[in-house]
Design a binder for this molecule. Structure first.
Ligand code: MN
Ligand code: MG
Length: 659
């Protein structure tokens, strides 16, 4: 493999025993120490690549040292060289999740015989096998089958069923449930042995809900553990010496429950499985994230004593399981094991990021044309917006840049509630302006003019890679949620002139606007909550005239609220959003949902519906600082009485609002 530059960073960083820059590789101790009839087998895992091959963020249209299989590939080259025997496996979620994936699915398409770029890149690295992740189903079965047809390696999946039998072993599965590879294993004395390596794959059965429109009537799924218990003995019967589970499922509860999404811990208890690749959660194992989980040993990197790894996401890490195998009486056993991961980048104390490896140029070259085509795709319009999408006034009036996020979230969650116990409840949507000046400065605003919307604009609309959630809450909790948001403002005395409006310590991402209900904010009252969500004036109420479809919201009426993982799991400490009200956890990013919404609708109508505003206070005015470009849009702002009031500090422009 060629390097992108002469900087052999990976070797310097990870192989401290070698002479820096000399390019020497130190054998792993298992390879160095293996005796006759002992062999070191290294298992390398990539997981949740989500089409990230180039170290590039296509949303921001900038290089990104934290992602990319081309970078992980540098670790693959090194770790292969350090081991006498190695297998390279991918754990699923490779087809979808960045604009390159959308470009292929929505624009270029997959004709018979086409090679998907991520498959091309994987082929260039010589993967031994892969499994399907839940996101492989996002673009439909036809797209999936054409894509995996191009793989030079087997793709296995045991619990995705085309024709259901009485038991899993009687199923006709969509792909091969497992493979048994004949692998040439070199032992410590240099002799070669044939070893049978069994590889079996699993995906969360929840794909049937997440991609119902593509899958219902075409396939079904089975419980991960039930499926493993059925097939693993058959793999043993067929002579598998060792069995590795490719579990596109997270590390969660130790207790098995039917249909569980994150089933890797109970899966590890299935007899016959020797090692597990895990994923889906976009986390790293071993890591302190999993301290204290039942059945999990973070120090040893094991689940119920069996070695397991999780290599982050988007190519961020290579997961490594090292096995020392020994031939005892004709069969191979694991006698020593070691688990680790290798990151491609590090976060420095000043929050900057440093690359730890260079890209492998062969991998970049394999899909350079598709990379260029994706750049062109993200830079041109994929839809149109009838109204400008900017956030200059998002903190003082209902605003299209927040409205579009709410609309797309409601659209998605409405679909997901169909057929559930929550169907029929009113669906609201919570969204906050992420880019609204503040410490980001006077240019730090969302600003997409009316007309073409390009994919790269969507990053501007939705800054964070959050994933979609829905919570089920009461009217009382809804009111509390809005009271928490209303802490963004200073208390204003009735009759005050030019009072400062915004509390500068309140971050804009905590100013949730909830769409689907109407309300006013009474600034004359003190905030119920402090800036961190701590109770300040528990009896105070700034939210007034809160109505749903023209009727007052009662304390016990119930709502479904579409939001994101950060808020739903307690981020910002909002009433009704502390982790115990979640009824739906979607695998899709809010950003992807906005892209899908725009692509599907063609032209979006993000006009704010004016569902919230300030309660009029006689003879009272406030000052509000925003970006100077706000002046261009002043005339569009119908719901607020606003006028220019000169310059604010630090390049901001000042406006006066008469309440
Ligand atoms: Mn994933
Ligand atoms: Mg609205």
């Amino acid at each position: 493999m060629k390097r992108d530059s002469q900087n052999h960073l990976s070797r310097r960083t990870f192989l401290s025993g070698t002479i820096a820059g000399a390019g020497l590789i130190t054998l792993h101790p298992f390879s160095a120490q293996a005796a006759a009839r002992q062999a070191h087998l290294r298992i390398m895992e990539t997981t949740d690549l989500h089409v990230h091959v180039f170290p590039y963020n296509y949303y921001s249209d900038k290089p990104d040292d934290t992602v990319g299989l081309a970078r992980t590939a540098a670790h693959i080259a090194d770790t292969r060289a350090e081991a006498t025997n190695a297998l390279l496996l991918d754990n699923g979620d490779f087809l979808q999740g960045n604009p390159m994936g959308d470009y292929i699915a929505y624009e270029r398409g997959m004709k018979e015989g086409d090679l998907h770029p991520v498959i091309k890149a994987m082929n260039s690295l010589g993967f031994d096998a892969s499994t399907l992740g839940n996101h492989e189903f996002n673009y439909g079965l036809d797209f999936l089958m054409k894509s995996v047809a191009g793989a030079d390696f087997p793709v296995v999946s045991a619990n995705v069923v085309k024709e259901r039998g009485a038991t899993p072993r009687a199923d006709t599965t969509l792909l091969k449930p497992y493979v048994i590879l004949d692998h040439h294993l070199t032992d410590g004395s240099g002799d070669t042995h044939m070893i049978k390596v069994g590889l079996i794959g699993f995906v969360p059965p929840q794909i049937m809900n997440w991609d119902r429109r593509h899958l219902e009537g075409n396939i079904s799924t089975r419980d991960i553990v039930e499926t493993a218990r059925a097939w693993v003995p058959q793999m043993k019967e067929e002579g598998a010496d060792i069995i590795i589970a490719l579990s596109h499922s997270g590390i969660g509860a130790a207790q098995h429950s039917e249909g569980m999404e994150n089933a890797s811990v109970p899966l590890a208890e299935v007899d016959g499985i020797d090692a597990l690749l895990t994923g889906h959660s976009h986390l790293v194992f071993p890591s302190p994230t999993y301290d204290g989980f039942a059945g999990v040993d973070v120090a040893k990197g094991t689940l119920h004593g069996k070695p397991a790894t999780m290599g982050g996401f988007w190519g961020s890490h290579l997961g490594l399981i090292d096995l020392m195998l020994e031939n005892q009486g004709g069969s191979w056993r694991v006698v020593m094991q070691e688990v680790s991961t290798r990151p491609i980048s590090q976060r420095n104390p000043d929050r900057s990021v440093s690359a730890l490896v260079d890209s492998e140029s062969d991998v970049l070259d394999s899909i350079r044309a598709e990379h260029e085509a994706t750049l062109a795709y993200v830079r041109r319009g994929v839809g149109k917006t009838a109204a400008p999408l900017h956030s200059y006034f998002a903190l003082v009036a209902d605003d299209p840049s927040v409205q579009i996020v709410s609309i797309a979230q409601s659209w998605y969650v409405t679909e997901m509630m169909k057929g559930t116990a929550h169907e029929g409840l009113p669906i609201l949507s919570a969204a906050a302006p992420f880019k609204a000046g503040g410490r980001g400065g006077p240019e730090y605003y969302t600003d997409v003019p009316a007309g073409d919307v390009a994919i790269k604009n969507v990053a501007d609309l939705y800054l964070y890679p959050n994933t979609i959630r829905a919570v089920r809450i009461t009217g009382a909790q809804l009111k509390g949620w809005l009271e928490r948001s209303a802490g963004a403002f200073n208390q204003v005395a009735v009759g005050a002139v030019d009072a400062p409006l915004l509390d500068p310590s309140f971050p804009s991402y905590n100013f949730d606007v909830i769409d689907g209900v109407s309300y006013q904010i009474d600034l004359s009252q003190p905030s119920r909550f402090g800036p961190k969500g701590e109770p300040l004036n528990p009896d105070s109420s700034r939210i007034v005239n809160l109505t749903y479809q023209g009727q007052p919201v009662t304390d016990d009426i119930e709502f479904v609220v579409a939001t994101n993982n950060y808020r739903a799991s307690g981020g910002g400490d909002f009433p009704g959003a502390k982790g115990d009200t979640i009824i739906f956890e979607g695998p899709d990013t809010n950003r992807d949902i906005i892209v899908r919404y725009i692509v599907e609708k063609g032209t979006i109508q993000p006009s704010a519906d004016g569902n919230w505003g300030f309660k009029p206070l006689p003879g009272t005015s406030v000052l509000f600082d925003t970006g100077p470009k706000a002046a261009d849009y002043l005339g569009d702002l119908k719901s607020v009485t606003i006028e220019a009031a000169g310059d604010g500090p630090d390049g901001f422009a000042r406006f006066r609002i008469t309440l």
